[in-house]
Design a protein around this ligand. Structure first.
Ligand SMILES: *[C@@H]1O[C@H](CO)[C@@H](O)[C@H](O)[C@H]1NC(C)=O
Ligand SMILES: *[C@@H]1O[C@H](CO)[C@@H](O)[C@H](O)[C@H]1NC(C)=O
Length: 419
């Protein structure tokens, strides 16, 4: 008798669970159309869930963003950062010992609403930080659980054999010579919504703080800016992001707070959340200001947003070369071109317009500055520029009193000159 009952209920239960699963997947795919759900084994789902349980910390409050993101307010001390084995004895820093000299710090005005989730109106309670929650479909879009939140290795930019220099990654960047000691960098970056042709391509505009060698396995990199990445976020919105690696993008580091490492101190900015409003062609222009510098006493690499609003820091312990200083800074755009259908894809960089189109049309970086040995911020005067294939994306730098050292950059990707 018992076995009869079981064989009756088992399929029922299974059917119920399946229906539940399909229902959730359907709900998610209504808001996120980028995930293609191949068959996912329950073992894989379990593994993904375990990983997510590790990085999504218990929240005091969850805020629903109009774009579908969930923002978890997590106690500062409960954030994933300190799970990192190198940070066992790390003493959490509340604030840097010094801002760079020459930095104009504005007394905090009322926090501006510049992220999509701010439009909800609810803020995270004191003592907590907002963290964009990662969900199963975010992981399902990655090549594998290992690849989730990671960036593909890049190769030396000086190997200029255009599109195959670095597995389809293409750049239009400005950079400092590679012999100096650099302790930080700053820029104001125009924000656009470049279109992406293929889900696993991306388009970003950022600052790189670098040390180590491009050709070895020891490149240390700290990165921040905005990116459009359908694979990582499931949509085409530009989002504030951070990244770090201490081994040339191999095993260490990740985007945002998707692994232990970056310590967030700010209670009002969610890393990985969408930026809003964004610039429109020949109309309103919006930009974000990012400064990254090494705390001269403690050694951690701090990040500030806008006029000196602290976001958080990368502990010195995470790095080898950057434990001392950086040797190069890069500013600019990067896209991935997968050559889908055997052609350069039409994934855009910047605004999707070439540098020559200028203000309101092409995207810009302005007021490029670096932090020197004395913790002093000053304008960069000798920058070099590089674009792998100027028929696809290009860059023009210049100088003016208001904008200091600046450049326009970007392009449409595929066009008659970029087949
Ligand atoms: C999702 O994509 C499919 C096929 O590409 C399309 O038919 C459908 O309308 C899309 N759904 C939404 C909500 O955008
Ligand atoms: C804000 O988030 C809360 C909590 O998730 C939700 O209940 C509420 O509907 C959201 N409000 C708006 C205006 O989106």
């Amino acid at each position: 008798m018992g076995t009869v009952v079981c064989s009756c209920y088992a399929p029922l239960l299974l059917g119920f669970l399946l229906a539940l699963l399909l229902q959730t997947l359907e709900v998610e795919s209504r808001t996120l159309n980028y995930t293609s759900y191949r068959k996912v084994s329950s073992l894989r789902l379990q593994r993904i869930q375990r990983h997510l349980d590790n990085i999504n910390k218990p929240s005091v409050l969850t805020i629903e963003s109009p774009d579908g993101d969930l923002i978890d307010c997590v106690h500062k001390r409960k954030q994933a950062a300190l799970d990192h084995p190198l940070l066992k004895n790390h003493k959490m820093q509340k604030a840097p010992t010094n801002m760079p000299r020459g930095m104009k710090v504005k007394r905090e005005e009322k926090e501006k609403e510049w992220q999509m989730w701010h439009k909800n109106g609810t803020r995270c309670p004191r003592g907590t930080i907002p963290i964009r929650r990662s969900r199963v479909h975010d992981v399902l879009r990655a090549k594998s659980l290992f690849h989730f939140g990671k960036k593909q290795p890049r190769f030396s930019l000086t190997r200029r054999s255009d599109s195959d220099a670095g597995n389809g990654h293409e750049h239009a960047i400005a950079y400092t010579g590679s012999t100096e000691e650099v302790y930080g960098a700053k820029a104001t970056i125009n924000v656009w919504e470049p279109s992406i042709q293929v889900v696993n391509e991306f388009s970003l505009s950022q600052i790189w703080i670098l040390s180590g060698s491009f050709d070895g396995s020891d490149l240390n990199s700290i990165e921040a800016g905005w990116q459009v990445s359908p694979e990582l976020y499931g949509d085409s919105r530009p989002r504030l992001f951070t990244y770090w690696t201490s081994d040339s993008y191999e095993a260490t580091g990740c985007y945002n707070l998707l692994c232990a490492g970056f310590v967030q101190t700010n209670g009002g900015i969610a890393i990985g959340a969408a930026i809003s409003p964004i610039s429109s062609y020949d109309a309103n222009q919006y930009d974000i200001t990012i400064l990254i510098w090494k705390d001269p006493k403690v050694g951690n690499w701090w990040m500030s947003f806008g006029d000196g609003t602290l976001v958080g820091y990368w502990p010195e312990e995470l790095f080898t070369h950057l434990g001392r200083h950086a040797t190069m800074v890069e500013w600019g755009g990067e896209v991935v071109n997968t050559r889908a259908n055997g052609q350069h894809t039409s994934t855009q960089m910047g605004s999707g317009h070439f540098a020559g189109d200028g203000f309101g049309k092409a995207s810009y970086f302005r007021n490029l500055e670096i932090v020197d040995t004395d913790n002093t911020l000053s304008s960069v005067h000798n920058i070099l520029t590089l674009a792998q294939n100027t028929n696809c994306y290009d860059i023009h730098s210049s100088y003016s009193n208001q904008w200091g050292t600046y450049f326009y950059y970007g392009g449409p990707g595929n066009n008659p000159h970029c087949p």
